[in-house]
Write a protein that binds this ligand. Structure first.
Ligand code: J2J
Length: 550
């Protein structure tokens, strides 16, 4: 099958493209530059368990894989579905696909059949790469199903299986592509890969990211965070997530010639051991993980240990971060704090390293670029006065202009001037710093993991006993928010355990399965007949308080 040469996406208007180039934001270079031909060839780029990969290794192995895939017929303009855990091969595959001009979507390792199928439906991939550590790739069933829908698809799995080729062998096969400088990325103004949206609608949406826009966000982030070849960055959040990939994340570290140390999760025991062993200087966490790190660090201190001695900077973002906890970071962990408010769609805000304590502890930073345009608007679309809460609208040199093939959703979230409404309610101070104070999007932020209420509601509505359902957030001391499914059922005997199983059987990721089910006689409705989530939250909140009081 012949490949189209470029993947369709909503481009920036010419006038802005010109401005972004003139300002030096867009340099018309591919992301593959990050690991090629730099002075850092001999530096260690990635540490993964007992294995260390230099920049030269990353370049060689990714070229090798690109050549191997090229021989199998993969070529520029095609797409791939990738799901790997936090492992060095994640970056090797990422760069191999960039070198081929094949645009991947990197699913989270917690994603299951439902999410992967939804991405595959949208992208029609020619290549699927998974890991034998994930249950979906342990047997042939899932890939057989994919092949029925997409007969052209090639499947590679990291780890031995009895049904398909091992990715590992493609990296090291003796056929002799080694040393060949294989590199044929898509044009810099074209789609490099797809980022995942946290979503607020029924199906997970894909965000096209171009070389030009993503590379700029990485370079500028690395500059703000003052990365250098001495940076030793702990990647403990899921590697494909925008925060640990680009803010400045692993790609920022590669740009600076530093070292990424991979952790399987943010669990403090494992992370502290890695920090100590590898002299980690910088890490990125979501707020719920910070709480665990603080408790673990206090316990370590009580034993007279200082496992985080080398840590200089902790970035925190992805969800609301309480000021009281923020203030404890420097004292308990002994490092500087940087708050990060970002989104896979683009705009990223940072507190700066030399900001006052006031700004660092009480705000989520300011836009990273002078090219970022931010508007805080009321419901009628008028600017609010400085310091007042309003909806965040933004556009800029690394903020996307449209979800992939989703015209209806795009019509809802972009205004006439191409400003994207993130669904966050923010306050902006006179210096341009933002505080995130609320949200209008129908999304639950469960410890940084985003759940689109509608996606879970639609699945529950397929259950024959359910008449109405509304998924809402409940406050949670550890995760910030948990999800609660409020259900009107025609079957008085229906139990949460049945509903959890029902959702799992449909292949929904675990983190999206409601933490709580609340059975109600009726759900409050708005004047137009939609479920009134504000009233529902209040109603369930009152009920839970009453239960606690008993
Ligand atoms: C409150 N809410 C926040 C913060 C994100 C860097 C950092 C984070 C993300 C990310 C990212 C928040 N305080 N500090 O992509 O590059 C909520 C907002 C936002 C949504 C985006 C990055 N930081 N949020 O979290 O695409 O609601 O990106 O719109 O996963 O997370 O989620 P996501």
């Amino acid at each position: 099958m012949g490949a189209i040469s470029a993947i369709e996406y909503t481009q920036w208007p010419e006038e802005l493209q010109r401005r972004y180039r003139q300002s030096g934001y867009w340099i018309d270079r591919p992301l593959t530059d990050l690991i090629q031909g730099s002075d850092s060839a001999k530096n260690v780029a990635v540490i993964c368990g007992e294995r260390a990969f230099t920049y030269a290794d990353l370049d060689r192995l990714s070229s090798h894989l690109a050549a191997e895939l090229g021989q199998r017929g993969l070529c520029r303009g095609q797409t791939a579905l990738v799901q790997l855990p936090n492992i060095a091969e994640f970056y090797i595959v990422f760069f191999a696909l960039l070198k081929l001009g094949v645009a991947p979507v990197n699913a989270l390792f917690s994603h299951q059949q439902l999410e992967l199928n939804a991405y595959a439906e949208q992208l029609q991939p020619t290549l699927v790469i998974g890991s034998a550590r994930h249950k979906l790739f342990r047997s042939a069933d899932f890939t057989e199903q994919l092949k029925k829908k997409f007969p052209q698809v090639h499947v590679l799995v990291l780890g031995a299986t009895d049904y398909t080729d091992d990715l590992e062998q493609c990296l090291h096969s003796p056929e002799g592509h080694a040393g060949r400088a294989f590199c044929s990325p898509s044009a810099a103004h074209q789609v490099a890969f797809f980022q995942l949206s946290g979503g607020s609608t029924g199906t997970p949406k894909l965000i096209p990211r171009t070389h030009n826009d993503y590379y700029y966000s990485v370079r500028r982030s690395a500059e703000i965070c003052r990365l250098s070849s001495h940076t030793r960055y702990l990647c403990a959040l899921p590697a494909p997530h925008n925060f640990p990939l680009s803010s400045p994340g692993a790609l920022g570290v590669f740009h600076a010639g530093g070292t990424v140390i991979l952790a399987e999760s943010t669990e403090p025991g494992q992370c502290f051991a890695l920090v100590q062993r590898h002299g980690v200087t910088m890490a990125a966490l979501v707020p719920s993980a910070v709480n665990l790190w603080l408790s673990a660090a206090e316990r370590a201190q009580a034993r007279g240990e200082k496992p985080l001695n080398s840590l200089q900077l902790l970035q925190v973002g992805g969800a609301n971060f309480a000021e009281t906890v923020a203030r404890r970071v420097p004292t308990v962990l002994g490092c500087r704090l940087q708050q990060v408010f970002g989104m896979a769609e683009g705009l990223v805000n940072y507190t700066r390293l030399d900001d006052s304590d006031e700004k660092i502890f009480t705000t989520q930073g300011r836009p990273m670029s002078d090219g970022d345009e931010v508007r805080v608007l009321d419901e009628k679309g008028n600017p609010v006065t400085v310091g007042q809460p309003g909806l965040l609208y933004t556009r800029g040199p690394y903020t996307f202009r449209g979800y992939y093939k989703a015209p209806q959703q795009n019509a809802r979230v972009f205004d006439k001037e191409g400003f994207y409404c993130s669904g966050d309610i923010v306050q902006q101070d006179e210096d341009g710093y933002l505080r995130v104070v609320g949200r209008v999007k129908d999304q639950i932020n469960r410890g940084g993991e985003k759940i689109a209420a509608e996606e879970v509601e639609n699945l529950l509505l397929k259950h024959g006993d359910i008449e109405q359902v509304g998924l809402i957030a409940l406050q949670d001391a550890n995760l910030g928010e948990k999800s609660c499914a409020c259900i009107v059922t025609r079957n008085a005997k229906l139990k949460p355990v049945q509903l959890r199983r029902f959702l799992r059987e449909q292949g929904l990721a675990d983190y999206k399965i409601p933490d709580r089910f609340q059975f109600l006689k009726a759900l409050p409705l708005t004047a137009v007949g939609k479920i009134d989530k504000v009233a529902l939250r209040a109603q369930v909140g009152r009920r839970l308080l009453a239960e606690e009081a008993i």
